[in-house]
Design a protein around this ligand. Sequence first.
Ligand code: SF4
Length: 210
Amino acid sequence: MNKTIAKDIVYKLREAYPDATCSLDFTTPFELVVAVMLSAQCTDERVNKTTPALFKRCKTIEDFVNIPINELEEIIHPCGFYKNKAKNIKLCAKQVLENFNGVVPQTMDELLTLAGVGRKSANVILLEVFGIAQGIAVDTHAKRISNLMGLSSNKEPEKIEQDLVKIFPKDLLKDINHLFVWHGRNTCIARKPKCDICPVNMYCKHYKNN
Ligand code: SF4
């Protein structure tokens, strides 16, 4: 795919979703780290209903380190996988405090040393907290859209990310991160994509083949 088409995909998606932004609520970098961890296998809507009570109870990174694990598990229970998530949140808080003087790090390599933070989460944190768009957070939406459109034939998120980064110009990566999520939620829906009204169907392999 040439760069002109790649740019046009972004422009058309931008037109369709002018309000596309991160839908997780947070006010500090570490709150976003926690929200991203909670969003694994859970909707952002559910996470946003859960975090107000959590962020009221834990106002500092020290609070996340010190909160009894049972209490943390109870608060985040609605987000699923609460035992694992609670363990990672506490360990991650300890690592940020001890290894980074309580400041969420700003590089991919450093973020990947934190418990519960994988490449997808690190990309979201870099983008939303620090405005650094160096990659693409390949979630379930980005994966599905990339495969359907023929932007990548890979199945592993990291390989899909490598394919997308080659296709889309660097200055558009930030948009793509948001736009794919919104496109996946609103039009390229998993069970029944609305191909007839899709703004980028002229560039979609799945559409052309059906
Ligand atoms: S044409 Fe259909 S499958 Fe292709 S991106 Fe649009 S909604 Fe998804």
